[in-house]
Design a protein around this ligand. Structure first.
Ligand SMILES: C=CC1=C(C)c2cc3[nH]c(cc4nc(cc5[nH]c(cc1n2)c(C)c5CCC(=O)O)C(CCC(=O)O)=C4C)c(C)c3C=C
Ligand SMILES: [Fe+2]
Length: 428
């Protein structure tokens, strides 16, 4: 971390913006306390002047809470996702960075900056500035710890939950290591792409000297609804996606399939969740030549209404046993049959993915676009992995997709209040 970045100093920020200087003072002071062996992490609290400077209290998702926001909270329109690798050798540096990130997240999710933009003409601005004056846009920041964080570098090996196992090789994998893994992940979601990007960019700056970005992915157009208040969006194949997703309102299902409970071998994960991300390229040009009836056979749903092929309306029950002339109406290898809980020992996922496009593949001239699949769950070993093993084996969709990136991270419970940070009890 650049010392300059923590010294707001005198000058142009002046009395117009005292709150921003206070914030950084708090973060830097806390960093010092930790480095000196202290246990607390002082995070600047909103002052009266800060509250006055803050945008209206609308379009805000609370940052502090039992669970991290960005999991069961309504999916926003945009994603900026990044995986980081730790470069520091001292575990206290990791703690300081997480504390600094938590303090920054509490500011950003209120629509504030991580520090002053106008510090001094002779220093770089502390906040990069591109979100100045923008609404919080329902920003959520969700942080996870990858299996590699628990190797022998930081003395955390005994604290790795069994559920945080690396994802094994799965059928059909064509993964690029440069788009996979990472000691940490940060998922920033917002209804404004600039707000989401700003969060990741400033996290990367605050991480300087402690962690570096390993890979990142921007997403547009949520491909799941995570609340009954939301319409079901469409993915880049033109199908409604998220119809049978777990929703925010399904509290029993959240407890059964998403939140880590007493069953965990690592108490620090109670109230948390595990996220699996997969960058899935769609072979869009090929898909676009496919007949409508075949596209519908692939998913087992009608393209326009989203209804199952056994029904009329989007939310009609999927009748997997229905047959016509001795043949199943929903193909034996249709995506919704293979992904259904009935085919997977009753297991479900909370899907929260985004469409992406990254220009064209220089080798072929074909679009590099698809789904950045994100799913939260209680245990990837019994949820994502077996479901994807089944899909990767015989899903009709496989003709049109390639999995090109992968990662799994443990998302600890929410940050409880100022002074707390992600996984504080893990490091305690
Ligand atoms: C391993 C898990 C899954 C991967 C990978 C995956 C990729 C993928 N999915 C779609 C589009 C749709 N998926 C739909 C349903 C659905 N998909 C999964 C899991 C994975 N999908 C589940 C668990 C379900 C729900 C099954 C059920 O309970 O009925 C649907 C149907 C609408 C819906 O319910 O959301 C679509 C459409 C794409 C395009 C894709 C990879 C690019
Ligand atoms: Fe799916």
């Amino acid at each position: 971390m650049n010392d300059d970045a923590h010294d707001a100093g005198p000058g142009r920020d002046g009395p117009r913006n005292p709150s921003r200087r206070r914030f950084l003072g708090g973060a830097a002071g806390a960093a010092g306390a930790l480095a000196a062996g202290g246990v607390g992490f002082g995070v600047a609290r909103a002052t009266e002047s800060e509250a006055a400077a803050a945008p209206a209290a609308t379009h805000r998702v609370p940052f502090y809470g039992r669970h991290q926001a960005g999991i069961a909270t309504p999916a926003q329109d945009r994603l900026a996702f990044a995986a980081f690798d730790i470069t520091a050798v001292d575990v206290q540096d990791v703690q300081v960075m997480l504390g600094t990130w938590a303090a920054a997240a509490s500011q950003l999710t209120k629509g504030l900056q991580v520090g002053a933009v106008e510090v001094s003409p002779d220093r770089p601005p502390i906040d990069t500035g591109e979100a100045l004056g923008l609404s919080p846009a329902n920003l959520t920041i969700t942080v996870g710890f990858g299996p590699s964080l628990f190797d022998d570098r930081f003395g955390l090996a005994a604290k790795r939950p069994a559920a945080l196992a690396p994802i094994p090789a799965l059928p059909g994998d064509t993964l690029d290591p440069q788009r996979s893994g990472g000691d940490l992940c940060v998922q920033a979601c917002a209804d404004d792409p600039q707000v989401a990007f700003h969060a990741i960019r400033n996290f990367a700056r605050l991480a300087r000297g402690t962690a570096v970005m390993r890979w990142s992915q921007l997403g547009f157009g949520r491909t799941s609804s995570t609340s009954r208040s939301q319409d079901t969006p469409r993915n880049l194949m033109g199908f409604k996606d998220g119809t049978n997703n777990i929703k925010d309102e399904d509290t029993d299902e959240l407890d059964r399939f998403v939140w880590v409970g007493r069953e965990t071998d690592q108490p620090w994960m109670r109230g948390g969740s595990y996220v699996v991300a997969r960058r899935i390229r769609m072979l869009i040009e090929s898909w676009d030549t496919d007949f409508l009836s075949d596209q519908e056979k692939v998913f087992g749903r009608y393209k326009d209404s989203g209804a199952p092929l056994t029904g009329k309306h989007e939310f009609d029950t999927v009748r997997l046993a229905a047959a016509r002339a001795g043949k199943p109406v929903i193909d034996a290898n249709a995506h919704i049959r293979l992904a259904a809980p009935e085919s997977n020992g009753g297991k479900k996922l909370l899907r929260r993915g985004y469409s992406y496009t990254d220009g064209i593949d220089p080798d072929t001239g074909l679009l590099d676009a698809g789904l950045f699949f994100i799913a939260f769950q209680q245990d990837p070993r019994t949820q994502f992995v077996p479901i994807q093993r089944r899909l990767g084996g015989s899903d009709l969709l496989n003709e049109y997709i390639r999995h090109t990136g992968s990662g799994v991270w443990a998302c600890p419970p929410g940050v409880s209040a100022a002074g707390d940070w992600w996984g504080k009890s893990l490091f305690g």
